[in-house]
Design a protein around this ligand. Sequence first.
Ligand SMILES: Cc1ncc(COP(=O)(O)O)c(C=O)c1O
Length: 474
Amino acid sequence: MPRSRTNSSPVSELAIELDRDDGEALHRQVEVSIRERIRSGALPAGIALPPTRALAAELRVTRGVVVEAYAQLVAEGYLTSRGGGYTHVSPTATVAPAATAPPPPTRSAAADPIVDFGYGRANLAAFPRAAWLRSVRRVLTETPDERLGYLDGRGAIELRTALAAYLNRVRGTNATAETIVITNGYAQAVSLLLGVLAAEGGATVAVEDPSASDDARPIADALGMKVVGVPVGDDGVRVDALADLDADALILTPSHQWPTGGVLSPAARAEVLAWSQRTGALVLEDDYDAEYRYDRAPIGAIQGLGPDRVAYAGTASKTLAPGFRLGWIVLPPRLVQPFAEAKLLADRGSPILDQLTFADFLSRGEFDRHLRRMRPIYRSRRDALLAALAEHLPELEPAGIAAGLHLVAWLPDDLDEATVIAAAAREGVAVAGVSPYRLSPAPRGGLVFGYSNLEERQIADGVERLARAIAGGP
Ligand SMILES: Cc1ncc(COP(=O)(O)O)c(C=O)c1O
């Protein structure tokens, strides 16, 4: 039920279009237009219509025209009018079925797992609301009016400056405010970058195999670019496969391969750069979860070693919230201008208040504080997962455990990935397989466990259920 707005002030405009050459009386046209809006739900029950004098002035008709239209609709029950007050849409006005609010989605029991190891479910309950609110307040109080106007395509200078300092310090990038562009997350960064490369004549994009299947690949397809896979080994992309690789861009997750978790060694990083220098191809470094590193030494971004050859993309999706749609890309200088133009064309720039708030949050050290608070939480969740797997499913082989918010557990040869996932679902456990992310089939199955949004006891329960599901057979 729409909330009654009987006491609210009237809507100020109705944007009714009158056709003075139509021959139909003007009061009839006003009446028909309002009736249709009530029926479609555009004018909800309880809403107050403009006073007759105001609407008449807006439509440039005599007041009598509006009075007559309202009177007819009152007579039909669409409007209610009490002497002296506003005319309202009647609480019982008929609304066409198509315009009613859709019923809330109902989910079957099978779609509601008891334990969901779904990847990408950041710990939204841990969002630093109080600190963020302080930054919002400061920004709203201090931002001069003129900063609320249209933006340039690169993003707020405050955020680009704060990010350059942060990324150079924490990720070893070689970034300046001039080489950073703010995006709506990684998804937009990769989309715009591939668009720029395609416009320059780029025809082939290389991606890791396996890799995420919902960003670069469909975008490249839509741009008419060919997608080729480069195999991934235990330590990230297999650089021996680069020898014959002919591509305009290579998209990598070198700090924590997605999904298998391998880390590209310093020697392999150097080989990637050498390949890029030899072929003239661009490397896109997707540094999606580098902030979370547990028991390994920090590994700097490849971009820091080759800022002319590498574009570095980061996101707030894993550290703050995916719904923010806030990301950044550090570009080789020659690509900044075309990329910023593409960004401006795509959406006229990311929302300024979010950018300024994040800049404040970063430069006051709140982001570092938030990460310091989150790391031990995620580490103990990962440890709980590893302990439960070791106890209940020792035949699974965890990989990529040293960083991030997920891990892969490889299945033994006698366990089929799809069968295990289906059995797990019957025990109330949602877990994804590695196969959907592959470009070419591989014999070994694996499960992707996201653990960031589950408490330790839920993790233990989920693994016990999974073990029961596997023991139960197909
Ligand atoms: C491999 C990879 N890159 C990047 C991202 C972040 O994407 P976005 O910033 O568009 O939310 C994700 C999110 O899950 C991811 O899995």
